[in-house]
Ligand binder design. Structure first.
Ligand code: ATP
Ligand code: MG
Length: 650
């Protein structure tokens, strides 16, 4: 495919005040590669150590794979996130909570947050929890979710946060996988005006877990709504009752840099979720460093990441990164379209949000509602707009830039994974002209390479499989309880490299474009094509709200292109429109990318984190309905039946 002709220069006013310049990026990047250990030894000084490390990186990507950073350092991450700010930022707001209903909001200063975390930590201790224990969190997006995570870290326990939208089965599977005996939940959550029965689901999950050999001994329940819940004496404890007797004084447990901080299961877009393990020292350095650079952080910024704490984005960019940096971080309980499509921008106006970070799926959902809900708000506080989770189609990128940001704010398209701990390929704000849809350049210390199927390094303008050749501090250390799966998944395809599972294209300027998962690459008559590119072309048609493209068996071409298309509200779905879409893609990319079959569909199967699950769409396109694989992480399972009906009836 041709390079996108679109280039957006950094808005002048932004460039004049940005922390990094284009030359600043280049020289720091070169330093980070040429003297990796020297660079990261310096970066390690961002965080607070009880004993400073003398070692920096020690790792091997060859079997047996072992990754360590700052291994003789001693720390507790909560001292970096809380204690050390007390003197200079004690009265600064650490967390702004914005509730589901407009007008329901609350703030916590660093001093207040510190007290809450220490008290929560003492409640955990009173339940017998301590260093190394796995604690499962199943929480709504309320401040107690962040407080509970930090309380685990305070006592050296390993948190495993499970997204509050998951089913009892999915929760039970994760409780069993990490053998967790303590669950922290809430009576109910509230999201988009609807009640989420968290305690009820957690109760069911405990039963399922018990049948599978893991007994949850304690459920600590935070009261959110006061709704009626079932109660099991001896196991269930109200947090507010336990907290009433707990002290707000809790010394931080000394941890080795390589002690586990948390386990987090991947979204499950490609199969069975993996229990990604991150450790204390390297992860926090990476979270702090990347949060600072990605968002051009300044002391008085108000920062809002719309992710849920149940995803890695919530871990690194709602909790650990911002708090380590002494920033003000906003936690939003609701959804950006409730009570109406202006909500996200109203929240920005109310709290004077300057840094905003969301996902393409949210941008597309808001874009579908048109410009008016945006235009009725002010948004002049916004400075940087970020996106993460999927490739962003240029259409959505431009809407985000022009309509949401009024052309003032750089768009930071951050490519990364649960496994990488933090942002890896990013157009750092102020350092580079922006190409909509491009991940652009590597973060400091990151060496990406593109390989062909045989592992040969591809040079220059090219397309291939994205690997990272050297370790970085935020890298996952293992799959919990299954180091062999870790080696097998990430280091066996291209020995000596970390294989991301994603494909990428590099243009003549060295700009990197993520083209989607390698498994999703379509091979039409010997031409390899990323799904992202065909979807971007479809997305630029005025009648298309969202699309997903997969390959399916085709007698002549090997693989044909199957496109699932959701049209914009009010569109009449005719065969003529299908022909027009084919013409449109031919004009945008070329005849080789023409969809062979188009199916109109009201909804697409998405993970709970909003990513399209193409593996299911591939099965449906291939008329293979029996082996749909793990669908436990689907947001709306009913979508699948509707798609199968649509497929069979064509
Ligand atoms: P699983 O590994 O269980 O299949 P997952 O890969 O969806 O699930 P995550 O770690 O949440 O789990 O997602 C990381 C993936 O999301 C990346 O590998 C990439 O495919 C995609 N991704 C994330 N951010 C971007 C981005 N800015 N541009 C393109 N793709 C992105
Ligand atoms: Mg993945």
């Amino acid at each position: 495919m041709e390079n996108s002709p679109l280039i957006y220069p950094v808005p002048k006013a932004f460039a004049d005040a940005s922390n990094l310049t284009p030359d600043g990026y280049k020289s720091l990047y070169e330093r980070s590669i040429n003297d990796r250990d020297g660079f990261f030894a310096e970066q390690a000084k961002r965080i607070q150590w009880m004993t400073e490390p003398t070692h920096v990186g020690s790792w091997s990507f060859k079997s047996p794979v072992k990754i360590e950073w700052f291994r003789d350092g001693i720390l507790n991450v909560t001292e970096s996130c809380l204690d050390r700010h007390l003197e200079t930022r004690g009265d600064k707001v650490a967390i702004i909570f914005e509730g589901d209903e407009p007008g329901e909001s609350q703030t916590f200063t660093y001093r207040e947050l510190h007290r809450h975390v220490c008290r929560f930590a003492n409640v955990l201790k009173a339940q017998g929890a301590g260093k190394g224990d796995r604690i499962t969190l199943y929480m709504p997006m309320i401040p107690e979710a962040a407080i509970a995570m930090l309380a685990c870290a305070r006592i050296g326990a390993v948190h495993s946060v499970v997204f509050g939208g998951f089913s009892p089965d999915a929760l039970a599977g994760r409780i069993v996988d990490c053998d967790s005996h303590l669950v922290i939940t809430a009576d109910e959550g509230v999201r988009g005006g609807r009640i989420v029965p968290l305690k009820k689901n957690a109760d069911a999950a405990c039963e399922i877990a018990a049948r599978n050999g893991v007994t949850v001994k304690t459920q600590l329940v935070v009261q959110r709504t006061g709704g009626d819940v079932a109660w099991q004496d001896g196991r269930d404890i109200w947090y507010h009752e336990a907290a009433a007797e707990a002290s707000v004084d809790c010394p931080a447990e000394p941890m080795s840099a390589e002690d586990p901080l948390f386990i987090l299961y991947t979204s499950g877009s490609t199969g069975q979720p993996k229990g990604v393990l991150h450790t204390c020292g390297g992860y926090l350095v990476w979270a702090s460093m990347t949060h600072d650079y990605v968002f051009d952080l300044k002391e008085d910024d108000v920062y809002w990441c719309t992710a849920d704490v149940g995803w890695v984005t919530g871990h690194t960019y709602i909790v650990y990164g911002p708090l380590a940096n002494g920033a003000t971080t906003l936690m939003f309980e609701g959804v950006p379209t409730y009570p109406d499509a202006s909500r996200a921008w109203q929240v920005c106006d109310t709290h004077k949000v300057s840094l905003f970070y969301t996902a393409p799926t949210a941008i597309r959902a808001l874009m579908r509602e048109g410009d008016d809900p945006v235009k009725v708000t002010d948004r002049t506080s916004l400075r940087v707009l970020g996106t993460v989770g999927e490739p962003i189609n240029p259409e959505a990128w431009e809407w985000y830039f022009n309509v949401v940001g009024d052309g003032r704010c750089p768009i930071i398209d951050t490519w990364w994974q649960t496994e990488t701990g933090g942002a890896m390929i990013v157009p750092l704000p102020g350092t580079v002209d922006m190409k909509p849809g491009a991940g652009t350049f590597p973060m400091f210390g990151i060496e990406p390479e593109l390989l062909d199927a045989d592992g040969k390094v591809l040079e220059g303008a090219t397309e291939g499989n994205l690997v990272i050749t050297a370790s970085w501090p935020g890298q996952m250390r293992t799959v919990y309880g299954d180091h062999e799966r870790f080696e097998q998944t990430y280091f066996s395809t291209y020995p000596g490299n970390y294989f991301t599972g994603d494909g990428a294209r590099r243009d003549a300027d060295g700009t990197i474009w993520i083209t989607g998962r390698v498994d999703d690459v379509i091979n039409v008559s010997g031409h390899r094509m990323g799904t992202a590119e065909v979807e971007a072309a479809l997305g630029s048609h005025p009648d298309v709200a969202e699309s997903a493209v997969v390959g399916y068996p085709h007698d002549i071409k090997g693989q044909g292109i199957y496109a699932y298309v959701t049209t914009t509200a009010g569109t009449v779905e005719t065969d003529e429109l299908k022909r027009d879409l084919v013409r449109h893609v031919r004009a945008e990319i070329g005849p080789i990318a023409s969809p062979d079959l188009i199916q109109f569909s009201d909804g697409l199967p998405k993970t709970r984190s909003g990513k399209i699950m193409r593996r299911i769409l591939r099965k449906i396109a291939a008329n293979d309905y029996d082996a749909l694989g793990d669908t436990s992480t689907l947001a709306e399972p009913a979508v699948v039946d509707a798609l199968i009906d649509g497929r069979m009836n064509r």
